[in-house]
Write a protein that binds this ligand. Structure first.
Ligand code: S3P
Length: 444
């Protein structure tokens, strides 16, 4: 029997206080990379704390389709990968579907460019609108036969059999995905590949390649590696995802009262822009128990309900908080005064146009905002009630869900299925700490 397609709606009712002690699930960026590098390594790698979200499972399925034996994730989110070495991948039998995942398609394109076989990657409705020339251009410069659709979107097709040559590439935008793509292709290229960043972006690729024994040199904003090296299996502990933690950081801050402890949050300096921003807004957060999880710093956060005030967000914090803006916009809506963001045009090419999607929803909920090409001004006020569209974007859905802590009535959020791409247990954890979110599956 054919099932009619269904869609998930969140009904987020006013709630609070927010109290509790929760552990944040594994980091998405690090989980993707752990599968990729463990697959290309010689030997067996054990990954602990893997994020079983749809995006990371898409990466895992792609490597399985290329002949890598991978077990897990088990009930403890542990994964075992039997690496096949730099040249051990096999041609996949069909196009690899990476779903909603920009990280999968962009990082994999660098790896696939270096393979002897042809391949194709396809994605969902949202991914099919996202710009891919940012990876196609540098890979073609390296000699890869890779192409996107005429408008620069997926599917991506790689002809294989290319001989790659190293490049010295100034990144046109601050993007860890493009940086990583070029570095991964650089492992298969002759010579030294150099990437120069216009602004510091997350450095998980650099850290993890070093952990797998592949030397990467970082000098200021220049990252380089020599082609022709190899990866050696190792054990990876994935820290909690600060991007997922952000929904709880903001929830804890905007709640009328309460204290929320978040355990095991990744504190990589290239990811903590959200803490800089909310502290500038007057947030009261303690960072305790700072320690290392493998090559990544982690800590526990204690978040206290705080009176927030609007602020001008520093340009330097934009790439360091790039995934956190939907939630930060909710903090701005609950703050006294105006919060201004500029130089954030990259937000327009995420899983949705996050500037417009958030502005549309905030306006429905009675919040005054002015949209700019590269940013937004948000004036804090009273959130009301209404129906907002997440535009299939997991982070828009979760941001509006936490906004119910300060709304005068229930907020209905459409198209929430994609929350499962990055944070499958979001609703359960949110309700555990005092939110009041119900989920409804409806036929489209
Ligand atoms: C990511 C980099 C960022 C981020 C994405 C994950 C990564 O994208 O938005 O969620 O894992 O490298 P850009 O590189 O496009 O900024």
């Amino acid at each position: 029997m054919n099932q009619s397609p269904s869609t998930l709606i969140f009904h987020a009712a006013p709630a609070g206080p927010v109290n509790g002690d929760i552990t944040i699930p594994g980091d998405k960026s690090i989980s993707h990379r752990s599968i990729m590098f463990a697959s290309l390594a010689e030997g067996t790698s054990h990954i602990r704390g893997f994020l079983p979200g749809q995006d990371c499972l898409a990466t895992m399925n792609a490597f399985k389709a290329m002949g890598v034996e991978i077990h897990g994730p088990d009930e403890n989110n542990s994964v075992v990968v039997h690496g096949v070495g730099m040249h051990g991948l096999k041609a996949p039998e069909q196009a690899m579907d990476v779903g909603n995942s920009g990280t999968s398609i962009r990082l994999l394109s660098g790896i696939l460019a270096g393979q002897a076989f042809a391949s194709e990657m396809i994605g969902d409705e949202s991914l099919n609108k996202r710009p891919m020339m940012r990876v196609v251009n540098p890979l073609q410069k390296m000699g890869a036969s890779i192409s996107a659709e005429e408008d620069g979107t997926p599917p991506l097709k790689v002809a294989g059999k290319s001989t790659l040559t190293a490049i010295d590439y100034p990144l046109p935008m601050a993007s860890a995905q493009v940086k990583s793509c070029v570095l991964l292709a650089g492992m298969y290229a002759q010579g030294t590949t150099v990437v120069t960043e216009p602004g510091i972006t997350r450095d998980h690729t650099e850290r993890m390649l070093n952990a797998f024994g592949y030397p990467v040199t970082v000098e200021g904003n220049k990252v380089s590696l020599n082609g022709g090296g190899k990866l050696t299996a190792c054990d990876i502990t994935v820290p909690g995802d600060i991007s997922s933690a952000t929904f709880f950081i903001i929830a804890g801050l905007i709640a009328e009262q309460g204290t929320l402890t978040l355990r095991n949050v990744g504190m990589n300096p290239t990811r903590i822009g959200v803490l800089n921003i909310v502290r500038k807004m007057g947030a009261n957060i303690d960072v305790v128990n700072a320690r290392l999880a493998g090559d990544e710093p982690v800590a526990d956060l204690i978040v206290y309900a705080s009176e927030l005030k609007g602020c001008d967000i520093d340009d330097a914090d934009v790439p360091l908080a790039i995934d956190e803006f939907p939630a930060i916009f909710i903090a701005a809506a609950c703050a006294k005064g105006i919060t201004r963001l500029r130089n954030a045009e990259e937000l327009r090419v995420k899983e949705s146009d996050r500037i417009q999607a958030m502005a549309d929803g905030l306006k429905i909920l009675g919040i005054d905002c002015t949209v700019y090409d590269d940013g937004i001004d948000i004036t804090g006020g009273q959130l009301t009630t209404g129906t907002v569209d997440s535009q299939h974007d997991h982070r828009i859905a979760m941001a509006f869900a936490i906004s119910s802590l300060r709304s005068s009535g229930t907020i209905h959020i459409l198209d929430c299925d994609n929350v499962a791409t990055s944070f499958p247990v979001f609703v359960d954890l949110a309700n555990d700490v005092g939110l009041n979110i119900t989920q409804e599956l409806v036929n489209e």
